[in-house]
Design a binder for this molecule. Structure first.
Ligand SMILES: O=C(O)c1ccccc1NCC(=O)[C@H](O)[C@H](O)COP(=O)(O)O
Length: 211
């Protein structure tokens, strides 16, 4: 089974096209104004129009309100929503409201953090294990931080899942081998500066997922 790959935080046509050409299964659009990857609705709409049908459009949110969600789902024609810092009860409501595949991000630093995933059974469709960012950090993701992959050893995943946090072209093959992740997600590992995606790094990352 080929490993699926999401390139997150795309904001330009050339880098979006590189993700599609390189074989990404998912592309991520960030709707969170403090992020250097944040997209307005018009820009998201234009990018979404370039995405072929076999590639899923994922909107990335931080505990969003209904107005933001509704407008982003419409503008970017989202296939899935990825929710950070969103309680299981609210996640279930968003899943029902949008009718979209719903991913719950679980921030991981210790083994105990993984237990949060169980609370999303019945509320989400997929868990995204991401590295926990430091208290007071501006962003809950997209900071290039990695968690200890061995924490996932023998963990009984309550839902389909994905691995994220600090992945890059040099370490993603080892991450897949070590964790058996069915889907990997990257943002800053394929950037030349925060929010600036690099087409060569995107291509290298996607190639490495198949190695
Ligand atoms: O990327 C962002 O700017 C962002 C902002 C707010 C919430 C989540 C965000 N990113 C989520 C992602 O899916 C990233 O791809 C994931 O955290 C991994 O990031 P990185 O460690 O930089 O590869």
């Amino acid at each position: 089974m080929p490993v699926l790959a999401k390139i997150c935080g795309l904001a330009t046509a050339d880098t979006l096209d590189a993700a599609v050409a390189g074989g990404a299964s998912h592309v991520g659009f960030v709707f969170f104004p403090p992020s250097p990857r944040h997209l307005g609705y018009d820009r998201a709409s234009g990018l979404a129009a370039r995405v072929p049908g076999h590639v899923a459009r994922v909107g990335v949110f931080v505990d969003p309100d209904d107005a933001l969600l509704d407008e982003a789902v419409r503008a970017a024609r989202l296939d899935a929503v990825q929710l950070h810092k969103t309680a299981p009860e609210r996640t279930a409501i968003i899943r029902a409201r949008t009718g979209r595949e719903t991913w719950a991000a679980v921030a991981v630093k210790t083994r105990a953090d993984l237990d949060q995933a169980r609370h999303y059974a019945g509320a989400a469709d997929r868990i995204l294990y991401d590295a926990k960012t430091p208290p007071g950090a501006a962003l809950p993701g997209g900071m290039g931080l990695r968690f200890d992959w061995t924490l996932l050893d023998n963990f009984r995943h309550p839902l389909p899942w994905a691995l994220s946090g600090g992945l890059d072209p040099a370490n993603v093959a080892e991450a897949i081998r070590r964790t058996t992740a069915p889907l990997v997600d990257v943002s800053s590992g394929v950037e030349s500066a925060p929010g600036v995606k690099d087409v060569d790094k995107i291509a290298a990352f996607l190639k490495a997922t198949r190695s």
